[in-house]
Design a protein around this ligand. Structure first.
Ligand SMILES: [Zn+2]
Length: 244
């Protein structure tokens, strides 16, 4: 019980199996890692990054937290992004959410879980920002699914707006930021069709991704929302950006 022997046994079997197929595998990895991808995903045990995309150790640099949230004051996440972009020079950052996310469900159901509610408040902000679109969805499951998608789109936008990514693009570094979502029910990934490769593409990609989700309302980008809308939300007189 105290040693968790079954996990060590499983580890030994895994190591032997890999070494049998590729005797130099671990020696090679011990020398250097050169992943092309940074994966930012949910901590949910059902969403294991490497297994989902079928890649070996060494191919994904991974950061996971509850509900795959990217906060601009989170030094843990920012350090991972900075190391991945500036030291490892990854070519792609993938933000991968998933349907039936416990964090999203807790927010949608106003469920209180303790300390983590502070972290989930970032999702409450997204829910509030897109309240019109979400409230228009009758089916509770579909509403949760939509917030899972809107969260991915928002977090891609947050990654793009970090100084790390903006600086990388400014110096001409080849870097793309992608938004994906994983379906627990069939193990398949879905591309949210938000792929950003420059600062100039950012707003257009964000708005297009939002538009591609169900509904037709034009939603303000987060930074505009924060400046123009959030503080005056109580007045409920939000002006939407006119369609172009
Ligand atoms: Zn989750």
């Amino acid at each position: 019980m105290r040693k968790l022997a079954h996990l060590f046994e499983s580890n030994a079997n895994w190591s032997k199996k890999i070494s049998k197929v590729d005797p130099e595998f671990f020696a090679r990895l011990a020398h250097q890692q050169a992943p092309a991808y940074l994966w930012i995903g949910c901590a949910d045990s059902r969403v294991p990054a490497n297994q989902i995309v079928g890649v070996d150790p060494g191919e994904l640099f991974v950061h996971r937290n509850v509900a795959n949230v990217v906060v601009h004051s989170d030094l843990n996440c920012l350090s991972v992004v900075q190391f991945a972009v500036e030291v490892l020079e990854v070519k792609h950052i993938i933000v991968c959410g998933h349907y039936n996310c416990g964090g999203i469900t807790a927010v949608m159901n106003h469920r209180e879980l303790g300390l983590i509610d502070n972290w989930l408040s970032h999702l409450h902000d997204i829910r509030y920002q897109h309240r019109d679109r979400l409230e228009a969805i009758v089916d509770p499951q579909s509403r949760c699914d939509r917030l899972c998608e809107l969260n991915v789109i928002t977090q891609v936008s947050n990654v793009c707006r970090t100084t790390i990514v903006r600086d990388a693009w400014q110096r001409g570094q080849d870097l793309a930021v992608h938004g994906w979502i994983y379906d627990l029910s069939d193990g398949r990934l879905c591309d949210m069709k938000m792929c950003v490769t420059s600062t100039e593409e950012m707003e257009t990609a964000y708005l297009a991704a939002i538009e591609s989700t169900e509904g037709t309302d034009r939603i303000l980008p987060p930074e505009i929302f924060a400046e123009q809308d959030y503080l005056s939300a109580a007045s409920n007189t939000r002006e939407k950006t006119p369609r172009t």
